[in-house]
Ligand binder design. Structure first.
Ligand code: NI
Length: 167
């Protein structure tokens, strides 16, 4: 296993559209392991392959208290959305920034699990929000895009300053 480098906003590679995973092979399984290690180390509750510069439709989430309930979603797709909820979100690609975003409160989604098993279910609350946030990454979208232009500019400036200081 290995820690992967996480791309930071406003890196243009975060805008890449992810391609479907055609085959759940050893390469994908190794990627899942590395992404999990990277997410737990960060620490974060969700990570999309896009964020580690791998442009495949793969996301992982763990919202459990004990950090031992890894959920893997391959080729995830939202089938329906219901109600709205405003939640404060953060993102490993936008460290230190937390802003409220309104999304569907309940979603029905379809995906493949780590073993290629088909999943289709309705989820609500934090998990529904996380899945929407991570699927956005696969489409080249980050949560900052939902904020006002003024806020986007401010966040962008702050991130670039942080990145310069880290060099
Ligand atoms: Ni994110």
């Amino acid at each position: 296993m290995a820690l992967l480098e996480i791309l930071h906003y406003p890196d243009s590679r975060l805008r890449t559209l992810a391609a479907p995973v055609a085959d759940i092979n050893d390469e994908i399984r190794a990627l899942i392991d590395d992404m999990a290690e990277t997410m737990y180390a960060a620490p974060g509750i969700g990570l999309a392959a896009t964020q580690v510069n791998v442009h495949k439709q793969l996301i992982i989430i763990d919202i459990s208290e004990d950090r031992d309930q890894l959920q893997v979603f391959i080729n995830p797709e939202i089938l329906s959305r219901d109600s709205e909820v405003a939640m404060e979100e953060g993102c490993l690609s936008v460290p230190g920034i937390y802003e409220t975003v309104t999304r569907a409160e309940t979603i029905t989604y379809r995906a493949l699990g780590a073993q290629g098993n088909k999943i289709e279910e309705s989820v609500t609350g934090l998990l529904a929000v996380c899945i929407q946030h991570e699927i956005d990454h696969l489409k080249g979208k980050v949560f900052v895009d939902y904020l006002s232009h003024l806020k986007q500019q401010r966040i962008s400036k702050k991130m670039l300053k942080q990145q310069r200081q880290a060099m």
